[in-house]
Design a protein around this ligand. Sequence first.
Ligand code: GLN
Length: 314
Amino acid sequence: VKTITFDQLKTAVENAYAACKDLQGGQNAHYIPYLANVDSGLFGISVCLPDGRVISVGDTDYRLGIESVSKVHTAILALRQQGAQSLLEKIGADATGLPFNSIFAILLENDHPSTPLVNAGAIAACSLVEPVGNAEAKWKAIVDNMTDLLGGAPQLIDELYQSESATNFQNRSIAWLLRDYDRLYDDPAMALNLYTRQCSLGVTAEQLAISAAAIAADGRNPVTGKQVFDAALAPKIVSLMATAGFYQHSGDWLYTAGLPAKTGVGGAIIGVVPGLCGLCAFAPPLDNAGNSVKAQAALKHLMNSLSLNVFSNT
Ligand code: GLN
């Protein structure tokens, strides 16, 4: 295992920020009205170490829409409640090679949503959350789990929730198709609503980096000291991130960045270097797969400048 000092990391974060700050390209998520109107100049990077120290540069206190990054947190909850084997059987752990909201993710593998990190599997994960049948208690479990991982509470951005609920036609069809294939484990409308609500939570880049560090530190939140999930689940969640974190670009991303990571259309990306650190970069403009242009560049810059790569031993 590689070691890096706090100062090396701090310099690398500052350099990555400076190198990517003026990068152009991409556009805000246009299909969710609230996100389309977020300031596209926002940019921040946070890194959290397993000893709880956090390095932050830029807009890391801004409450961004967590969107698909929340799929990681709720997959952890489902893993905690169901165990690794049951999650594999009920949802799956495969790549889809498809856009995040693809309905084909379900059709691809014999009625199997494939992974909790695309919309179909994430809606299925919300249906799995216990206690089944009780929307409010399920919501509390989702928020409590996320709070433990972030080291602080997320806050619902109501305008984002309304904006998304009014326009999520594709997700509605995914929920009902899952229901038809017996791949939902609770009421479809409820599961969809929980998914939409969790995507609308406002969190800071700094909180997201802390949650990534909790994964890097085998389930222990390094800031609060709380053991949030069993250490044996950490490699499971990292493998899911590596396989599907960037949807149809997951392979390209791993090949170029060497970092298991997960993106969201709010512009955040979290990354995990097991044992070393949790990272988050955030900037709203996205590429055509829905992945933040600047955040990708910043994380690659950081990994390269520190010669970090989870597939390399040097
Ligand atoms: N809530 C968004 C959706 O379901 C999340 C997508 C994303 O961040 N990739 O469309």
